[in-house]
Write a protein that binds this ligand. Structure first.
Ligand SMILES: [Zn+2]
Length: 234
């Protein structure tokens, strides 16, 4: 197989709620959990792996996994042949037959929000659990966390390797569905408790803007997408 070209998907990711992408570092009790930030600028960013992992997970939850690690229920598909493995890579190196199509770049703040976050502190969300007996807040029961405030915008970029037998339009449909599913879900930590609600704007794939109707089309094509083959077998 021959690599024909790279197609780019670019978009703006806007936070509709605060975003917490943690570092996994332990903190002292009462101290807020940190967010991941650039070593150079000390500004928060969204690792490509966060977006890639979430998109893959939501597509697998929607369309299923062909094969997975029998010792790990949570592992990604590792069949190496399904549409999701072709796009995101096989979960197992032994079951890898061809190169991964999608390359997710790390996402950085757009210029106006670089300026803003250089001036203001990240927000700090308190961690509170409701006491089941009294129905009141039991203080200090959960860790407080730092969040990138809602309204902030990041530039996202996904580079797509297009091989000679690949169908660029089909890949675009899979990517659109991935973005659509993320908008209805969340990224980062505490997604089921309000954080990480995002929206994508000004989406452009291979130099062409997504139409106004893209969300409506994703909703309509939800069931048919599984029949959309990104590679022809000819
Ligand atoms: Zn697979």
């Amino acid at each position: 197989m021959k690599l024909k070209e790279h197609a780019q998907l670019v978009a703006t990711l806007r936070l509709k709620s605060g975003l917490h992408i943690g570092t996994g570092e332990k903190v002292e009790r009462g101290e807020p959990l940190h967010v991941i930030e650039s070593m150079r600028t000390r500004l928060p960013y969204i690792p490509g792996s966060s977006l890639k992992g979430k998109m893959r997970c939501l597509l697998e939850l929607s369309y299923g996994r062909k094969e997975r690690d029998p010792k790990d229920d949570g592992s990604p598909c590792w069949c190496g042949r399904c549409q999701i493995c072709l796009l995101f890579g096989s979960g197992s190196t032994k079951q890898t037959f061809e190169p991964t199509r999608l390359i997710f770049r790390d996402c950085y703040l757009t210029e106006p929000f670089v300026t803003l976050l250089e001036k203001i502190e990240l927000e700090e969300k308190p961690g509170v659990r409701i006491d089941r007996e009294t129905g009141k807040a039991a203080k200090g029961a959960l860790f407080p966390m730092k969040r990138v405030p809602e309204g902030c915008e990041f530039k996202i970029e996904i580079s797509v390797r297009i091989f000679d037998k690949d169908d660029k339009e089909a890949i675009k449909e899979w990517l659109a569905m991935g973005l659509f599913l993320i908008e209805q879900d969340a990224i980062g930590g505490s997604g089921t408790r309000g954080s990480g609600y995002v929206e994508f704007d000004d989406i452009n794939f291979d130099g062409v803007a997504f139409g106004e109707e893209w969300r409506k089309n994703c909703k309509k094509n939800k069931d048919e997408l599984l029949n959309t083959q990104i590679k022809s077998e000819k």
